[in-house]
Every structure is written in C-alpha cells, then in structure tokens.
Design a protein around this ligand. Structure first.
Ligand SMILES: Nc1ncnc2c1ncn2[C@@H]1O[C@H](COP(=O)(O)OP(=O)(O)OP(=O)(O)O)[C@@H](O)[C@H]1O
Length: 256
C-alpha cells in the first residue's frame, strides 16, 4: 500500500528561531497520526506546513491524490491546491470561528462546501446538510440558525460537518477539542472517532492532550524544540516511552 502522505525534510525557521526541523514520516490510508509535545515544540508549525498554510523553507510533501495522482503539495499551482483543499483535504481549526462562516446559517455552512464542489440542486444540498447535521448531533430544527447562536461544542461539531460533507481523504486537525469543557470534549472525541472510522479517513491531529491521541491516533510523533524525538504506535509510545522527555510528558498527565 502506498502512503497517502509522505513528508520529507520539513523545515521551517522564523528568522533565527527554529519552528520545525527536518521532519519526515509516512501516513497510510485510514491511519490517524497524532502530533504531541509541549507548547512551542513546533506542532502547529509542522501542521500548518503540511496543510499548506505556511510555506516550509525546505522539504517535500507528497500527497497521493485520487484526482491528480501523487503530487508534491509544495509545488502545486495555486489552482490545483485550491481544488484539493475543496475536495480531498480538510482542516478542522481549534477555534470554530476560523473554520466556519459565522454570518451564514448552519445549513449554509455545510451546503456551501457542497456547492464548492459543484452541487447545484437546492433540495439535494439541503437534504445532505440535514443529514450531516444529524450525524454530528445537531437538531434538524437548528438548520437555519447561525453558528453564533450555537454553543462552543455545537460550533465545533458544525465545523466538522462542514469539513467532512465533501468526503475528504485527509483531514488536518489542530487541537480539535481545545477550549471546550471536559464533558463536551469527551462527546466530541467519541463523535470524531466514530466518523474517522466510518469514513476510513486519514488524519493528522495536533494536540497537547494525550487523552485525545490515546483515543484517536494509531501512531504519534512526539516533538520537542522543533524536532521529532520519538515516534511509534500510540499505545507503545505512551505505555513504554523511551525518551526522557516523553516519559516526563506521560508522567505529568498521570499526576494531573
Ligand atoms: N509567527 C512566528 N514568529 C516567530 N516565531 C514563531 C512564530 N510562530 C511560532 N514561532 C516559534 O516557533 C516555535 C514553534 O512554535 P509552534 O507554535 O509551532 O509550537 P506549538 O507546539 O504548536 O505550540 P502551542 O502548543 O503553544 O501552539 C516556537 O519557538 C515559537 O516561538
């Protein structure tokens, strides 16, 4: 099986400071990879480079696209990249406001993505939007409400529906449960895990919360000072961390 994503030598500096250095990994179809590490370790820099929101200084990111074959996300034309971003890729932001259009209804937020890939039939779009609202546990009678009228957890679930409605193959998630109450986090994680499995999604999830990777990720990368210091199957790394830093990270959660 070919990897859906192969990152090699991803490096990004901010002046003298290193954001992330020489990161490489393969992600296989249907696999979820977690990126963990303390604040400032380079998780967001790496994710933003992978997702095309930040240009790395060096490296390549090969994506096995269903439409375009294997392509380097870093050398695609703007148009090819936009097409991929609308169809095969998705990005779930920590703050739903960054991933939703707050002035558009919930149904519109989901429908808009469908229209972006060519859907034109209003009744079909509304029907699909309704079905996705149901999948993310938003009551059908809220379809015409704006996200600003939703709770934080509902907004996040709506952002997930908006991202998944077009059936992407690879989803980037930046602290998807961050900023939510603990009980809301647990429900959202359950929902995410169900959707990822049902849809056979590949995903890359950045989080500082080891409970999130425990539940969602098959494999993890542990980052420190912009480098990957440990990588492997989630349970193996968390149950038997080799690097002293990972041991500390795991121990600090156990004590909390
Ligand atoms: N825009 C920027 N300008 C300068 N330095 C930056 C910028 N963004 C990040 N950095 C630096 O790059 C390094 C990695 O930061 P990054 O935000 O990727 O870490 P992180 O692990 O995502 O942290 P957090 O969990 O707090 O979001 C840090 O030293 C940070 O100070």
């Amino acid at each position: 099986m070919n990897p859906i994503l192969r990152a090699t030598g991803i490096t990004r500096r901010y002046g003298e400071r290193i954001g992330c250095a020489d990161i490489g990994f393969d992600l296989y179809p249907g696999e979820v990879m977690g990126i963990v590490g303390e604040s400032g370790s380079g998780k967001s820099t790496l994710l933003n480079c992978l997702a095309g929101q930040l240009t790395p200084d060096a490296g390549s990111i090969l994506f096995d696209s269903a439409q375009q074959g294997v392509c380097d996300l870093l050398t695609l034309s703007e148009m090819q990249r936009r097409t991929l971003a609308r169809t095969e890729l998705a990005f779930v932001h920590q703050n739903p406001r960054d991933g939703l259009r707050m002035s558009v209804s919930a149904g519109g937020n989901v429908g808009e993505r469908l229209m972006g890939v060519g859907a034109r039939h209003y009744a079909n779009i509304r029907e699909q939007a309704l079905s996705w609202l149901e999948r993310v546990e938003i009551p059908a009678d809220r379809i015409d409400d704006r996200p600003s009228q939703f709770s934080g957890g509902m907004q996040q679930r709506l952002q997930i529906a908006r991202n998944l409605v077009t059936g992407p193959r690879l989803v980037f998630m930046d602290e998807p449960t961050g900023g939510l109450d603990v009980s809301v986090q647990a429900r959202l994680l359950d929902l995410l895990r169900g959707l990822v499995r049902q849809m056979g999604l590949s995903a890359i999830v950045v989080t500082h919360d080891l409970a999130v990777v425990r539940l969602l990720a098959d494999r993890i990368l542990v980052m420190k000072d912009g480098q990957v210091i440990e990588a492997g199957l989630t349970d193996q790394v968390l149950d038997d961390p080799h690097h002293a830093y990972t041991q500390l990270l795991v121990a600090s959660v156990l004590q909390a």
